[in-house]
Ligand binder design. Structure first.
Ligand SMILES: [Zn+2]
Length: 375
């Protein structure tokens, strides 16, 4: 391993030779040069999500502390004795090696511990922080203070430490950190264009077809302990396209399919109204037609749902508006009218949801991922 390390060392050094790379590599490992970006990163995390940002910072600090103690204080004396740096004295590039030799590389441990800890909580930052860790790791080899194998070991150990510590912390935290309302979490699913294929008002029961992943998505939510509630605008009743009997018939069919598949829908609510309808008794301005939150609030009251830990999924802006209106998080699906609504959001005509997914399956995967963290 040592001769391979040495050869690799030379190779990296030769490849990175040059004034700029010397400066860059030395700078990349200097704590001073990292202070500003780290502060910006911390501020951004807290701004985006205060609770998760603070958890990420605390876990990352703890991981760095543990990593430093482990690599610097515990392992260095031990491995320093059995792998003395003198063995590399004939490698002319190893200036100062006797001062900084350590196993595993504490710089690699720390930079990957930060990537693991923060990346576990803010998944998108993982793909920014990992390359940073790699840069730091390579620079430690290039400036001649660590064996490549020490850096690789440090990186793997550091990442596992950060990731594991974040996972354990999140598991232990909820009871102390999240609201313990005792109420249930729910996912409110829109019907047409989300659970079943959008078909310009379901006027005949034969039009009613589910998306391929709808049943499995509901099953995942059941398993994760979410209540599943369907809330749907059926203004076709007010417009005279169909009767309430047909709406109920469609819902009985949906419940039968779910029952046959062994999955559970806890409640289905619909709004038959429209202010400009053709049928008098339904042509009212009601409090249940989305984006009014009436259906959602009624279901939450009846089923004992904690809306601040719940989610809304739908293909229309009127669905995702229910998020901010009730304290739930919202996901837009691109199925149904969703792709068109996404364009309106991009144009700034509506506020963006917490997440945009290709369909119900992806939206549910996001919910399961998002809900494992405290909020
Ligand atoms: Zn209504």
């Amino acid at each position: 391993m040592k001769s391979l390390d040495t050869a690799l060392f030379r190779y990296i050094n030769d490849g990175l030779a040059g004034d700029f790379m010397d400066w860059f590599m030395a700078t990349a490992t200097s704590p001073h040069s990292w202070t500003a970006p780290v502060l910006v990163l911390c501020a951004a995390m807290v701004a985006v999500d205060r609770k998760r940002g603070i958890i990420a910072i605390v876990v990352a600090l703890a991981a760095v502390g543990i990593g430093d103690a482990f690599s610097g204080q515990l392992l260095k004396p031990f491995f320093g004795r059995i792998r003395p740096c003198n063995a590399l004295q004939d490698v002319h590039l190893l200036v100062g090696c006797t001062q900084s030799f350590s196993f595993p590389s504490n710089h690699a441990v720390n930079s990957f511990a930060i990537a693991g800890a923060i990346g576990y909580i803010f998944r998108s930052l993982l793909w920014i922080l990992l390359p940073v860790g790699v840069t730091v790791a390579i620079s430690r080899i290039a400036v001649g203070v660590h064996y490549p194998s020490d850096v690789v070991t440090g990186g793997v150990f550091g990442f596992g430490l950060g990731w594991g510590l974040a996972a354990v912390s999140i598991k232990l935290l909820p009871s102390a950190f999240t609201r313990t309302s005792g109420k249930k979490q729910a996912v409110f699913l829109d019907r047409d264009g989300c659970v079943n294929v959008e078909d310009n008002h379901i006027r005949d029961i034969t039009q009613f077809r589910l998306y391929p992943d709808s049943i499995e998505s509901i099953r995942k939510l059941n398993k994760a302990g979410f209540l599943v509630v369907i809330i749907t605008n059926q203004s076709g009743v007010a417009r005279g396209y169909m009767t309430e009997e047909l709406v109920n018939e469609v819902h009985q069919l949906l419940l039968k399919w779910c029952h046959d598949a062994g999955v559970r829908i806890d409640d289905i609510r619909y709004c038959p109204h429209h202010p400009d309808g053709a049928v008098d008794r339904y042509s009212i301005k009601c409090g249940c037609r989305k984006p009014e939150p009436g259906m959602l609030l009624d279901a939450a009251e009846k089923l004992g749902i904690d809306l601040t830990r719940s989610y809304v999924v739908g293909d229309k802006i009127s669905d995702i508006k229910l998020g901010p209106a009730t304290g739930a998080k919202a996901a837009l699906v691109r199925t149904g009218f969703g792709a068109g609504e996404e364009v309106k959001i991009q144009r700034g005509e509506a506020n963006p949801p917490n997440h945009i997914a290709d369909g119900i399956g992806q939206a549910v995967d996001w919910i399961l991922e998002d809900s494992r963290l405290p909020r």
